[in-house]
Ligand binder design. Structure first.
Ligand code: P6P
Length: 333
């Protein structure tokens, strides 16, 4: 296949679908470049003296890994001078990060989980970056958290990078999902998969089964039926995968189908699940829907949820359309 770079893809996409204004193209290229830098830092591992934990905690009360903080700084520094952003928000920062006054303010807002899968950093398992792009509200002078409270269906772009055996960048701007692989010698992102499609059916599910005793009945029923296999109501055997890195589990599902679940559980009723809506569930749901999949919180379409808090959590059921619809139906029965 003739090599198509990320830049060429974005320019052609703009020409064909008029869906990537110059400012958005700049944003995407800047984020892609930052992911290259993060990939390089992650790839050094112990040689880069970046493993292990810092002495700080993030807003989630989670101990921060040095690479979490480094990745966050890389994304902030890469994006603040370009003039394409009004503000940023990150899993690693309690409040939003307005663009410093010395730089021009743009019309987009960038949200990200700079390094998702932290529990895997020190044991050399794939981790990644997840990002979401919203438009700043018209006439917004000084960005506040309220300006970020937009449903996922308002996203203009979303993507993730996986720092694994290959470093890949998966991207949507609303016209399908494309995958770029980092050519480490040339330092360029090369288009390697066009218009990714998730099979509507699957034989593979992803959930942290150690939480089974905390699940609500619809989840227990759905998982038990899959575990009953060919002798049970589903009439077929299923396989299970759980990498504990959302980017890696979602990338597998984009490539061969599957359903990813992180349900709410009884332990902490005021914490509906573990994953965050704004910079994990929403970008991944935009990508999954653009690839023909589905995503709900168990009851409603993820992208229709009206957010109220920047770091709010949400139960997640996403992937192969027919499976997501089934488990969602069980919640409604
Ligand atoms: P558990 C990583 O910390 C993360 O946010 C997601 O990437 C991943 O799917 C999930 O949490 C793993 O959670 O409870 O299995 O460790």
């Amino acid at each position: 296949m003739k090599r198509v770079s990320l830049t060429q893809y974005l320019v052609e996409e703009q020409r064909l679908n008029n869906s990537i204004p110059a400012e958005l193209r700049l944003l995407i290229e800047v984020v892609a470049r930052a992911c290259k830098t993060i990939s390089h830092a992650v790839g050094k591992g112990a040689l880069g003296e970046v493993l292990g934990t810092a002495s700080t905690e993030n807003i989630q009360g989670e101990v921060q890994k040095k690479l979490d903080i480094l990745s966050n700084e890389i994304l902030l520094e890469a994006n603040e001078w370009g003039g394409h952003l009004a503000a940023m928000a990150s899993e690693e920062m309690e409040s939003i990060h307005p663009i410093p006054n010395r730089y021009p303010m743009g019309e987009y807002m960038l949200l990200f989980d700079p390094l998702d899968g932290s529990s895997n950093i020190d044991v050399n398992v794939s981790i990644g970056t997840i990002f979401s792009v919203l438009k700043a509200p018209d006439g917004m002078a000084t960005p506040t958290e309220k300006d970020f409270m937009q449903a996922g269906n308002k996203q203009v772009a979303a993507g993730y990078a996986v720092y694994g055996p290959q470093t890949v960048l998966v991207l949507t701007t609303g016209n399908g999902v494309n995958c770029f692989t980092l050519d480490r010698e040339m330092g360029s992102w090369v288009l390697t998969q066009r218009n990714m499609q998730i099979p509507p059916d699957t034989k593979e599910y992803a959930i942290n089964a150690s939480n089974a005793r905390h699940w609500q009945p619809p989840v227990t029923r759905y998982v038990n039926e899959m575990q009953a296999g060919v002798t049970g109501p589903r009439g077929k055997d299923f396989n299970m995968r759980w990498i504990a890195s959302m980017v890696a589990d979602v990338h597998r599902i984009l490539n061969r189908g599957g359903i990813f679940m992180y349900p709410a559980d009884a332990r902490e009723p005021d914490k509906p699940g573990k994953l965050r809506l704004m910079y994990e569930a929403n970008p991944m749901s935009f990508i999954v829907e653009q690839a023909g999949g589905a995503s709900t919180d168990g009851r409603q379409r993820m992208l229709d949820i009206q957010p109220t808090k920047l770091h709010q959590r949400v139960p997640v059921f996403l992937g192969s359309k027919n499976e997501v619809e089934l488990v969602t139906r069980y919640h409604q029965e």
